[in-house]
Write a protein that binds this ligand. Structure first.
Ligand code: CP
Ligand code: NVA
Length: 313
């Protein structure tokens, strides 16, 4: 029997209102500040998710997402179970929907990292428990909440800022695009022609009020930008590595390119990084790089997501 209230899924940022995304970011900032100085494994004093359990299903590799959800859930007072998809009966052909029906009777929420975005949507449609998108081929919404939080720590409110995305118009880029109109920041995206962001994502963001410029010109995208972001040239699941390695070198973020951004500009990368490919060591290790704050903020941002899903905070 399906539960009476519809579960609160966290699947993509464009499904939210600007006010809801603002509230998630505010909660993330607030909880981070409130536990300053506590050991990493210590519970937040209110332990709002005591008695709750999160299952995580991974069809792809993960370091940050796995550990940040695990530690974040513990800090909220809850517990976690990690499932490698191939070790479960999914690996022997049990359907996504039956897996969702079973797990949502056993746990309070499920995070999934999936090869195919449609599998996350199918899981959510069959689940009585909230489902969180932990990265798919099409998007990575948890990452972008952490990125926006990191930008705000360095530069103040995200509204009115210009984010330059350089490289592959991939899943991470898509989630940046999804939130732009809702939170009022502009994007200038530079990619090789074959690796531009999906047209429907860009058009939807523009319809939501965002200024999104898409070009093949990295210099144009970065000039005067507040934030410069890149990602790996070959994502998990990409099969055209040779073509990518030929197309992307003009999009490497170098110190010279970074110097054309605003003087206060911040460099972000969701990690894992491929040093010497999408950016030089000088950039990722330089004073404008916030990549390790960004990684840590995955914990704080996801705690806000978990609370939204499970408590309606
Ligand atoms: N940025 C990110 O999602 O990292 P992992 O792949 O290590 O989870
Ligand atoms: N675009 C990358 C992000 C990894 C966190 C990938 O999908 O592999």
């Amino acid at each position: 029997m399906r539960g009476a209230a519809a579960p609160r899924h966290f699947l993509d940022l464009h499904a939210f209102t600007g006010a809801e995304l603002r509230a998630l970011l505010d909660e993330a900032h607030r909880r981070k500040a409130a536990r300053a100085g506590l050991p990493k494994g210590a519970r937040d004093p209110d332990a709002p998710l005591a008695g709750r359990v999160l299952a995580m299903i991974f069809q792809k590799n993960s370091t940050r997402t796995r550990v940040s959800f695990d530690v974040g859930m513990r800090q909220l007072g809850g517990e976690t179970i990690v499932l490698n998809a191939g070790d479960t009966q999914l690996g022997r052909g049990e359907s996504i929907e039956d897996t969702a029906r079973v797990l949502s009777r056993m746990v309070d929420a499920v995070m999934i990292r999936a090869n195919d975005h449609g599998d996350v949507e199918a899981f959510a449609a069959a689940s009585d428990a909230p489902v969180i998108n932990g990265l798919t081929d099409l998007s990575h919404p948890c990452q972008i909440l952490a990125d926006l939080m990191t930008i705000e720590e360095r530069l103040g409110p995200i509204a009115g800022k210009t984010v330059a995305w350089v490289g592959d118009g991939n899943n991470v880029c898509a989630s940046f695009v999804h939130a732009a109109g809702l939170l009022g920041y502009a994007m200038r995206i530079a990619t090789p022609p074959a690796y531009a962001p999906r047209t429907q994502d860009v058009q939807a963001a523009r319809a939501a009020g965002a200024s999104i410029e898409v070009s093949q010109d990295a210099a144009r995208a970065v000039a005067g930008a507040d934030v410069v972001v890149t990602d790996c040239w070959v994502s998990m699941g990409d099969t055209d590595k040779d073509a990518r390695m030929a197309a992307f070198p003009p999009y490497q973020v170098t110190a010279a390119l970074m110097a054309t951004a605003a003087p206060h500009a911040v460099f972000l990368h969701c990690l894992p990084a491929h040093r010497g490919e999408e950016m030089t060591d000088e950039v990722i290790d330089g004073p404008q790089s916030a990549v390790f704050d960004e990684a840590e903020n995955r914990i704080h941002a996801q705690k806000a997501v978990l609370l939204w899903c499970l408590r309606g905070a």
